[in-house]
Design a protein around this ligand. Sequence first.
Ligand SMILES: [Zn+2]
Length: 312
Amino acid sequence: MSDLPHSLCVYRQEGLAPGPRLLVLGAVHGNETCGTRAIERVLGGFERGERDLLRGSVTFVPITNPLAYRRGTRSGDRNLNRNLRPKEITADFEDRVGNVLCRLLAEHDVLLDLHSFTAPAAPFVMVGSTDPRSIEWRFAQRLGPQRFVTGWMEVYEAGVARRRRAGQQLDDPGLLDAGYGVGTTEYMRSCGGYGVTLECGQHDDPETVEVAARAINNALDFLGLIEQPGRTDAVAATAPEVLRLTEVIDREHAADSFVSEWSSFSPVVPGELVARRHDGREIRAASSGCIMFPSRLATPGHEWFYFARRES
Ligand SMILES: [Zn+2]
């Protein structure tokens, strides 16, 4: 037996009447523990009989990547939230977790995946659609945060297509596979369900646990699984701020550099200089919007940062 974890801890509260099946994930990234703490709190309420489930079911996985969690790192062998699909031949720890996770996702209707991030910023929801008719968009607006980011899979696929056209030599063949962009929410949608990633705030900020716990309650309330006293948190976002990802920029060379200490949501104006390639070529913002997910540690051939445009 290796010292790698061999199991996942899964808790479920089953309603006695039929209804929607909600899955709540914490610590898909091992150093993002607000979801774990929030799940523990909500579970405690069920265990002590302080709350009840009216119908349907809610399943909690407080530590979805136990290897990364144990190490206090984002990933174990690799990022669990990429290239997520069932695999007959498993090559790493995340492949083995992925096989259990895909089965769990397929057994549920709705996913709430709880994360946190490095820089100080307001919480936001990563959502697949902002179409007013979309149930996923209505769900996302009820969770609490007022800021939404959309368009990730489209931009990811366009980035893969560009890498293919460029014919780059890459260390990881997954970088040429659009399926590599599939994480928990994308896999959930592929099974016919819907789901969002909630980025609750900065790692280790205690407020992120509050954001995550409110979102779990609001999700249960939206789905009619509980009756939430007061319902003050459960109103839809009144003035949603929507940012649409428009382009992913790969790092080409280790000496490619940012001209500023960008963080997610740093605003940019059209034509603003953002970064320089190692050979002096400039990367400028094409339109008004912001920088998203800048990664100073990105290695050549990998995602370096994204541009996003403000939709509302
Ligand atoms: Zn994360």
